[in-house]
Design a protein around this ligand. Structure first.
Ligand code: DP6
Length: 418
């Protein structure tokens, strides 16, 4: 479908931090209290797609549709900041070349969709803001003169973690020191091609109640947690260095040890907050016990760690593991947490690539190939649906420019789907 005359469509990936961002030193500019580092996940499985179009005829104001629903663009809000910053770059470009159409002075229509349901319990703000910024940069003809690190500075002002979704592979958000935020940006530590073997299994844990939103939660931690000060000063700087080295060496043992320690340290600062914040629940903690036992038994057998867990501001586990270990981890999780919906992207269960396993499933036996000292009663077999859904993906690439066939706006600038 052709789409409007001046339009661009791009996608951006989800990222999951292994060194967590938690706390702001400036809430307006979104400047963090510590550096962080993440793994970008594959857009073939999880992504946000955004179309942006500018046209003189679009009434007087910018409009935005998210997953088919029109959203207000609040004055003073984060979206407004991002759009204004991008417009300013376009207007500087137009000032230097009067043959360019004056896109910076025309209203925008922006339409964005995620290919994963919000019900999956995954934060979409990182991929969403990264897709928005990359799409506007494409529409405004700013690439490649403006590089992705520069764009990350703007995405950061939409949602902190979004700055890391401007790159594929392994990405550091350098918190920076300046008050104006000019040195607070994302850089790539290693590409996906450097360590393509790293896979992720997302365990979506049922949770009826909605937890504390991360924006509010982290400032409560900043205001009240003495442990956070120790994390900022002593814990994170050393870990940023050691995990970057582990990634360079493709050393899964060290990568896993640091990832799990940092997740636990972050959740400890949440518990150290007044009043305390609980993101992990009993199912989250059972998954920790399972992975710890698996790693212990594997190490006792003279092999390395099998998998690493990490948790964001919610109960879902993200398990990182080398490709060859995913089969074992998957079957172990399916044994202890029966009936999770699973789309088998890599055909691990042999029913075809992408085969959908839904609803009532036969009990999954303990997998063969477990290390001999593995204690199978480390956790009980949980009730069906305690883990609602499993998503298997891998390290992925950065934002992509898509072709017209994926445009989300019709020729008249109205959304394709409402
Ligand atoms: C726990 O980026 O969602 O996922 O900057 O306020 O939008 P805002 O917060 P957000 O926080 C993410 C916190 C985290 C850790 C991480 O991704 O590093």
């Amino acid at each position: 479908m052709a789409g409007p005359k001046y339009s661009a469509t791009c996608s951006a990936p989800v990222n999951i931090a292994v060194i967590k961002y938690w706390g702001k030193r400036d809430t307006k500019l979104i400047l963090p209290t510590n550096d962080s580092l993440s793994v970008t996940l594959d857009q073939d499985h999880l992504r946000s797609v955004t179309t942006a179009s500018a046209d003189e005829s679009y009434g007087g104001k910018d409009r935005l549709w998210l997953n088919g629903v029109e959203e207000e663009i609040a004055e003073q809000g984060r979206l407004r900041t991002c759009i204004d910053e991008m417009r300013k770059m376009r207007s500087d470009k137009e000032a230097g070349d009067d043959k360019l159409p004056k896109l910076s002075s025309w209203p925008l229509h922006i339409c964005s969709e995620n290919n994963f349901p919000t019900a999956a319990g995954l934060a979409s703000s990182a991929s969403g803001f990264a897709a928005l910024i990359y799409t506007l940069a494409t529409l405004f003809g700013l690439l490649p003169a403006v590089d992705n690190s520069q764009l990350s500075r703007i995405a950061r002002q939409g949602s902190g973690s979004a700055c890391r979704s401007l790159f594929g592979g392994f990405v550091a958000w350098q918190g920076g020191e300046k008050a104006d935020g000019s040195d607070s940006l994302a850089v790539q530590v290693a590409s996906r091609e450097h360590w393509p073997d790293l896979h992720a299994l997302i365990c979506v844990v049922s949770d009826a109640k909605k937890g504390t939103p991360s924006t509010a939660g982290m400032q409560r931690t900043v205001a009240t947690s003495p442990l956070l000060q120790h994390r900022i000063k002593d814990v994170v700087p050393a870990r940023m260095k050691s995990i970057s080295d582990a990634i360079q060496r493709r050393d899964f043992d060290s990568f896993a040890a640091i990832t799990m320690a940092d997740s636990n340290n972050f959740h400890a600062t949440c518990l150290d907050t007044t009043p305390p914040i609980f993101y992990m629940n009993d199912v989250s903690r059972a998954i920790v016990q399972l992975v710890e036992e698996l790693n212990r038994a594997s190490e006792e057998a003279g092999k390395g760690k099998v998998a690493a867990y990490t948790y964001d501001a919610g109960p879902n586990a993200v398990l990182y593991a080398p490709k060859e270990n995913v089969q074992l981890v998957l079957q172990l999780v399916r044994h202890y947490f029966p009936n999770a919906d699973f789309d088998d992207t890599f055909n691990l269960l042999g029913a075809g690539s992408g085969a959908s396993h839904r609803g009532q499933q036969a009990a999954v036996p303990l997998p063969s190939g477990l290390p001999s000292t593995f204690n199978s009663s480390v956790i009980p077999v949980h009730e069906a649906g305690a883990v609602r859904r499993l998503i298997h993906t891998q390290v992925g690439d950065g934002p992509r420019k898509l072709n017209d066939a994926e445009c989300l706006l019709k020729e008249d600038g109205e959304p394709l789907r409402l």
